[in-house]
Unconditional design. Structure first.
Lengths: 354, 354
DNA sequence: ACAGTGATAGAAAACGTTTTCTATAAGGGG
DNA sequence: CCCCTTATAGAAAACGTTTTCTATCACTGT
């Protein structure tokens, strides 16, 4: 802030008749002998002049800021909001500041932000990458040490960097098995386009589990509703897709006892569509969500869904990254943490009536 | 990032046999005569050496970063998530980067972040202040030029700084009038503790409007549920309060035809509580929300509520702030933008049956 | 008495920019 | 032929730190 005049370390040196070097040493509590008298004089001077250190100077000297760059698709999506909260928690605890950027799922924006953060000399970077991103990004991820990839692995196997990702396949397996256990053998899969890797994993986990139970998934039970990506705003885009999917489903005369939605927001849209058409959830049809965003516990009926520990993911990723940042000498090979899902059993899935 | 070795402006100067000064001038497209030949040589060198500017150096020189500090209570609360999205949009458009901090509604954290952001030499600050904050903060807000206060005004009238706030009183008036128009004369007010100024305004708007219609609000219809602030996590705290409030309300034998909730999340909790007890919304009791978070459109029944343009608020605040930052010479007096509410009429409020 | 040591503190360099100031050459007007 | 301007470009200072390198003491042990 361009105040009247900022107090610097040199001002304090002048005021106390000492030197910037000594002031710096005192203020940073560095292990260096300074007479208690002078030390006190400096400390009180700093206090009464209202000295605030200028991080810029410090950073320039050391070449690295104490910021952690974070690139996620959106801060409005509650799923990422939780992740980001976990990241912020870990960063603040350890003396770092996160800088958040919303890529809006656009590869070019994503890359733009990565470059911006690099210019700001962030100490490290956490990124939930748009599917394959761009080539520069892939190269960057492989070359750069202080990077952690979160949420989903990239498809490109070349890219080796630290990752903290969900076990989407296992999660989907778990959900499907739950539905089977509840007696559902006729399950529809409702989704927005299955493009991101995380979605492919979910879908195949679903199909494979059915197959394992001796059920071949009838492709006619796969409902996919595309939508204009330009209207992307995490607000209602997926919710509306869910409503449209519900319509399609009902137009086919409700051909299943349960519906597995690609995520909670779509599930909410589906429930909305069903309710509006006079179908009750779960009495007439069960709905299974995916993610367990906060609101899944708040809606009516509360959503039975797969819990992804997104806060934890953020926390772990940030802690891992900061460990690397704080120990620049250590040079372990990349790790890949796979986060296990749990089931949040609530009221939108019912045991099928014989 | 501590890469092998970062390319600096000096490297380019050396590579092209010129000087840092000239390189800087070329790269920043400053109006200064440089022979086209040299200019080109520098530009191509910069490109093939993969030069990335070091913002730190630039900032140190100018004394100000191109960051905008933002302090809000929470990034998980969808209300602030939207605000923050508006702020990010405006900042990026104009070449600034927002730095978000979650105060968690704690005055000491709030102040801590303000100080941190000052150390980072942010160009300006946007803050949604916890009620009265602390004294240092009040002084800071009055003294500092590049600050914009959002969401709610402070109680202390001394504090003059730019503001972009909601007209909570008018909003509450509007909601109450809507309920009256729908035939509700017996309205209960369900709230978490009415501490923040924004809540006091809402409550008095409600009471005054009733009084204006010749109805004196019976204090027994005011339900307030406190909760431990330590367990504050925007996730479920207010939702659970809403559920508890619903219980209290029903224990009193549902003494009103409509319920006005302090905000949408509480309203969702109230609806959840009602539904669980077998009361239908809106057939048995109407519920009016406040804020219009995204999920209010997604729940069942969709919530009738007061729309606060939170994205717009963020956008306006950021634009205003950046205007001031970009014109350091201009020195207008403080402005106060009052954002007008609208009503989001959905399905949780019914016309009262005669 | 004298070199060696430890305590204390300042001087100066460095980080990567931007900007002011100075320097060189070329050209034009007298 | 000299002075003044203009075009061009480098030198150097500056921003606020941190850190390395010196410098001055006052001791100690011999």
């Amino acid at each position: 802030m361009p105040k009247k005049q900022r107090i610097t370390i040199t001002d304090i040196a002048r005021a106390t008749g000492s030197s910037p070097a000594t002031v710096s040493r005192v203020l940073n509590q560095i292990d260096y002998p300074v007479t208690p008298a002078l030390k006190n004089k400096i400390l009180t001077a700093a206090k009464e002049l209202h000295y605030t250190p200028n991080m810029l100077g410090r950073m320039l000297k050391s070449g690295v800021s104490n910021d952690i760059g974070v690139v996620v698709p959106s801060l409005q999506n509650p799923f990422y909001a939780e992740t980001v909260a976990g990241i912020e928690r870990a960063c603040r605890q350890r003396g770092y500041s996160p800088i958040f950027c919303s890529s809006e799922n656009k590869p070019d924006k994503e890359w733009e932000y990565v470059e911006l953060l690099r210019q700001k000399c962030v100490a490290g970077l956490i990124i939930s990458a748009v599917n394959e991103g761009n080539d520069d990004l892939l190269q960057f991820l492989s070359e750069e040490r202080n990077v952690v990839l979160i949420e989903q692995p990239l498809q490109n196997p070349l890219c080796d960097c630290d990752m903290v990702v969900f076990d989407y396949y296992a999660a989907s397996e778990m959900a499907t098995q739950y539905l089977l256990r509840k007696g559902h053998t006729d399950i529809a899969y409702l989704s927005t386009p299955i493009t991101r890797r995380s979605r492919q994993l979910r879908y195949s986990g679903f199909c494979d589990t059915l197959a394992g139970a001796g059920i071949t998934f009838d492709e006619s039970r796969l409902y996919v509703k595309s939508a204009d990506l330009d209207t992307y705003s995490d607000g209602l885009y997926e919710f509306n897709a869910g409503r449209a999917l519900a319509e399609d489903f009902l137009r086919d005369k409700c051909p299943a006892t349960a519906v597995f939605a690609i995520n909670d927001i779509v599930a909410l849209g589906v429930i909305s569509g069903f309710t509006e058409a006079g179908f009750r959830v779960p009495q007439d049809v069960s709905v299974m969500g995916f993610d367990d965003i906060n609101f899944s516990a708040m809606c009516t009926p509360p959503l039975t869904t797969i819990r992804q520990p997104s806060f934890t993911m953020g926390k772990i990723a940030a802690d891992l990254l900061i460990d690397k940042v704080d120990n620049p000498d250590r040079n372990d090979s990349s790790t890949c943490t796979l986060l296990k899902p749990t089931i949040a059993e609530r009221s939108s899935v019912q045991t099928v009536q014989p």
